[in-house]
Design a protein around this ligand. Structure first.
Ligand SMILES: [Ca+2]
Ligand SMILES: [Ca+2]
Length: 124
């Protein structure tokens, strides 16, 4: 039995990280947990390079301690150089990861961005 995924890229709406999570949950999905360079390559190809997309990776619970949307610690990482930098703007730090131009960057979670959901299903 293998677990595979279907993906849904939300290109027309822009939501905060939390609202994007909720939207994914309404699809019985979650924000995408990118775990391999192959998966990253596919997503880079399917999204617009000029736009940023939330992915399922955040350090909201503990600063600097990033966790994937499936609750696991990331082994594959694809941060842009100098990221994550937890940049503080208007007294808010950066705890939520986005995909932008093929690499990841931490951003303020209340920013409204496009996002990618993954729908896990079991194959028998
Ligand atoms: Ca942070
Ligand atoms: Ca950042």
């Amino acid at each position: 039995m293998a677990c595979t995924f279907a993906y849904r890229i939300y290109d027309k709406v822009q939501l905060s990280y939390e609202e994007a999570e909720k939207q994914c949950q309404r699809d019985r999905a979650r924000l995408i947990a990118i775990k391999t360079s192959e998966q990253q390559r596919i997503m880079t190809g399917k999204t617009s390079r000029s736009e940023a997309y939330w992915i399922g990776l955040d350090d909201r619970a503990s600063e600097g301690d990033f966790v994937l949307s499936d609750g696991t610690k990331p082994k594959y990482l694809n941060w842009d150089s100098g990221q994550p930098n937890n940049y503080i703007k208007n007294e808010k730090d950066q705890d939520c990861a986005m995909l932008f131009q093929g690499t990841w960057n931490d951003n303020q979670c209340d920013q409204t961005l496009r996002f990618i959901c993954e729908i896990p299903f079991l194959e028998v």
